[in-house]
Ligand binder design. Structure first.
Ligand code: DGT
Ligand code: MG
Ligand code: MG
Ligand code: MG
Ligand code: MG
Length: 251
């Protein structure tokens, strides 16, 4: 590019290259999704359509951006673990996620719930230097999912039972996990540990190896090969077992 007197402005761009030898986590979170979930009548406490749409977006992002190793999502947020590269990634991930959210909306919500305004997500980038830090980060998000889901499940059971939202909030003030489990079990016949793991554990997207069959354009023959396909699982990622099952994740 020819030099021009305007070129000096590029030195105003801050160097935002990320710390080397670290795991890069990009967390995106729906902006103002309290309102968004109300406008679009999301089911309480969990709307399976909304979660499936979020998972679809994360899978599309991983199909497009091959450097993402694993993604974890709950509520209106998604954490993407990158193997390397700069924070330009955050804007790529968040815009790709958002455009897929808009384009995929009608696959998950029927005509009675059209998208009413343009949704947006924020993105933040954090570098974690050790395997332990990274696992603790993901454990933190999954623990958050559990705490919120247990609270929300109990809260909305009370409200559907006739309490006002203020009464339900008062009743749950200062309660521990075992108290909420007890309310669910004794009053609503809900065994919390039997609730669908997608709600209790959140969603983890992994590149699982799968057999895919296609027709070779060259020979016209059917060929089967093993392809790593981004796939949602709803496992516990806090314990050791998950990491033993997927030993290549943290290499
Ligand atoms: P922010 O992130 O600071 O812009 O604000 P919000 O409003 O996005 O709040 P945040 O991210 O702390 O909390 C997520 C909101 O999204 C929360 O109000 C609950 C709502 N939400 C997420 N998933 C569901 C769902 O499946 N069903 C319902 N009813 N609400 C959901
Ligand atoms: Mg927030
Ligand atoms: Mg949000
Ligand atoms: Mg959130
Ligand atoms: Mg460019």
């Amino acid at each position: 590019m020819a030099n021009s007197k305007f070129e000096y402005v590029r030195f105003f761009e801050q160097n935002d290259s990320l710390l080397p030898n670290t795991y890069i986590v990009i967390r995106i979170d729906g902006r103002g999704f309290h309102r968004f979930s109300q406008t679009h009548d999301f089911a309480k406490p969990n709307d399976r359509r909304a979660i499936d749409l979020m998972n679809y977006c994360a899978i599309q992002v991983m199909k497009d951006l091959h450097d993402i190793v694993i993604a974890y999502g709950q509520s209106d947020e998604y954490s993407n673990l990158y193997s390397r590269r700069s924070s330009k990634l955050a804007s790529t991930v968040v815009s790709l996620f958002t455009s897929n959210y808009v384009m995929g909306w009608h696959q998950f919500f029927d005509d009675a719930t059209p998208l009413q305004y343009a949704p947006s997500f924020d993105a933040r980038t954090v570098c974690y230097p050790s395997n332990q830090n990274l696992r603790d980060y993901l454990s933190w998000r999954q623990a958050d999912c559990h705490i919120n889901n247990l609270y929300n499940t109990t809260f909305w059971s009370l409200v559907h039972d006739g309490l006002t939202e203020i009464q339900a909030e008062d009743k749950l003030k200062g309660t521990f996990t075992k108290d909420k489990n007890e309310i669910l079990f004794s009053q609503y016949d809900i065994n919390y540990s039997k609730i669908d793991p997608i709600y209790r554990k959140g969603s983890t997207i992994l590149r699982l190896k799968r057999e895919v069959t296609s027709i070779s354009p060259r020979t016209g023959e059917q060929v089967t090969r093993i392809k790593a396909t981004p796939t949602a699982v709803y496992d516990d990622i806090i314990g050791q077992e998950f990491w033993d099952q997927h030993p290549t994740l943290l290499q």
